[in-house]
Structures are given as C-alpha cells and as structure tokens.
Design a protein around this ligand. Structure first.
Ligand SMILES: [Zn+2]
Length: 113
C-alpha cells in the first residue's frame, strides 16, 4: 500500500477520521511526518485528504529545495529568470516519475518488507 500522501511504501502509520471505520476511509502513511500532515488535512476535510490542495503547496514548498540543489551544482543561472510555472514543471516531472515508479513497484509486489 502506498502512502496516502507521498506515494512511498506505507509503514504502519494509519489514520481514520474519528475512528469511524464504516464512515471514513482509512488512510495509510509512510512516516510520522506524512501522518501528521495527512491527518491534519483529513480532519479539516471530513475525513478525506484533499491531495490537490496539499500537492499545490508541496510543489510550492519544494521550490526552495530545488533552488538549493541547483545552486550547489552551479546550475541556478539558466533557471534564475524563468517563471515559477517552469520551476514547478521541473518539480512535477520529478514527483510524477518518482510516484509512478513507486506505484509500479508496489503493484508488482517488488518492495521488500
Ligand atoms: Zn508518505
């Protein structure tokens, strides 16, 4: 089962809104960090995780990490004057590729426990 938030393998962290298993979905997470963020979002959202809302924010917050890596590698120059949408496209491409691979591996049962 992939983490409801980041798509990594879930590791025994779970959340079900108000523990009403028959009413709300049981979300599984990979880590305390994803559990905290995901359950906080679900509490505000009737037990559902609004992923689009979180993803938009996560991509925005990932810009800083990308900029740090680009600066470290001396690659910041070509990105510096690009609009934010271009930066987000790079981040999304990485995230989508990562997530798709995790999903494929998870579906194939390749992930060791
Ligand atoms: Zn996660």
């Amino acid at each position: 089962m992939p983490c409801a938030l980041c798509g990594r393998e879930s590791r025994g962290f779970g959340y079900c809104h108000a523990l009403r298993w028959e009413r709300h979905p049981h979300h599984r997470f990979c880590s305390m960090a994803c559990l905290a963020a995901g359950s906080a979002n679900a509490r505000r959202n009737h037990g559902m995780i609004d992923k689009t809302d979180m993803e938009t924010r996560a991509i925005f917050e990932a810009r800083r990490a990308l900029a740090a890596a680009l600066t470290e590698l001396g690659l910041m120059e070509p990105f510096f004057h690009r609009p934010a949408e271009d930066i987000d496209r790079v981040i999304e491409a990485c995230v989508d590729g990562f997530r798709a691979s995790m999903q494929r591996q998870s579906d194939a049962g390749d992930i060791p426990f």
